[in-house]
Design a protein around this ligand. Structure first.
Ligand code: GDP
Length: 303
């Protein structure tokens, strides 16, 4: 139900193309599987993943001697779910919240992907759950980024630790960690600058922030969430690959899923990058953030 609104566009292309595919073929033959590959690739499932799905399905269909189109259709859905789940569904799909101390989450991602918005939405969610939430404006590279986070802090009704633009992000984090400790915050969400143009600097900057956090809270940060914009499709894949090489990303926030037909990218991210999608953005409003549920999501694509 929760994906009804967000998946509308993806469903139209994905589900519709699948239906067209099944309508066009009398029997499920080699040509059908070729078309299936094309359809999956066209739905942003990713080249490798699409080929794999098609090849494995082809074997299974032969093995089971499935002739009915509806059997094959169900087999496709089952295969998509299986491919997603083989990476350890349920183990690491949810945001890793701590029960014995504060939860500290770093957000990474390039400008414009929806990082600030996602932080604001998550801050709102945790505040509504009665948690004491603090934001840290450690994207000090752009003055705009700091102001924007302050606006979201006001919207969510949570405090923001900020310094001037151009100051050391690790100092912002240091202050935020101290405040978290002294004032007993439950959740600290850290906004960081995602300048992929200079990977070495980015890496150093993130490592420095992590050291500051770790010093006070061993084992933290508990998540490094990469925000990617679903509307950019394969470009989001490229960004995810690059960030993965730069830092140990623990999960993804897939934003703007409501504005795109590229929902299939979830499968490519999981199968080719081995990263779990933890949260999805389904709109610009403060409530438009959902936990990712692979079953609901994949079945939702075919509804
Ligand atoms: P940042 O530069 O990564 O912090 O990006 P912002 O959080 O400022 O978001 C950039 C734009 O994307 C803004 O206009 C947001 O309203 C919009 N946006 C963010 N998340 C979503 C989403 O889930 N759905 C839609 N439709 N728009 C979003």
């Amino acid at each position: 139900k929760k994906y009804d609104k967000g998946l509308e566009k993806s469903r139209k292309t994905f589900g519709q193309r699948m239906n067209e595919l099944f309508a066009a073929f009398r029997t499920v033959d080699d040509e059908f599987f070729e078309e299936l590959e094309e359809t999956l690739i066209g739905a942003d499932v990713g080249f490798e993943t699409s080929i794999r799905i098609s090849e494995e399905l082809q074997k299974e269909v032969k093995l089971r001697n499935a002739k009915k189109k509806s059997d094959v259709q169900n087999a496709i859905i089952e295969k998509l779910v299986a491919i997603y789940e083989e990476e350890g569904e349920g183990e690491n799909n949810a945001v890793n919240l701590q029960t014995d101390g504060p939860t500290i989450i770093l957000f990474v991602g390039v400008n414009g992907v929806g990082k600030t918005t996602s932080i604001g939405k998550l801050a709102h969610r945790y505040r509504m759950q009665g948690k004491k939430v603090l934001l840290a404006a450690a994207d000090t590279f752009r003055a705009g980024a700091i102001d924007q986070l302050v606006v979201w802090g006001e919207r969510a009704g949570v405090e923001v630790v900020r310094h001037n633009a151009g100051s050391d992000p690790a100092t912002v984090v240091f202050d935020a960690v101290a405040k978290t400790k002294n004032e007993g915050y439950d959740v600290l969400l850290v906004d960081t600058a995602g300048r992929l143009q200079n990977k070495v600097n980015l890496m150093k900057e993130l490592e420095k922030m992590k050291r500051v956090i770790e010093k006070e809270y061993p084992g933290a940060p508990h998540e490094v969430l990469l925000v990617v914009d679903a509307t950019t499709g394969q470009n989001a894949m490229v960004q995810a690959k690059q960030f993965k090489e730069t830092t140990n990303v623990t999960g993804l926030v897939l934003s703007k899923l409501d504005g795109t037909a590229k929902g299939g990218i979830v499968l490519a991210i999981r199968n080719e990058l081995h990263l779990p999608v933890k949260l999805v953005g389904l709109g610009e409003g403060i409530e438009d953030l959902e936990d990712f549920d692979s079953n609901q999501f994949i079945y939702g694509l075919f509804k």
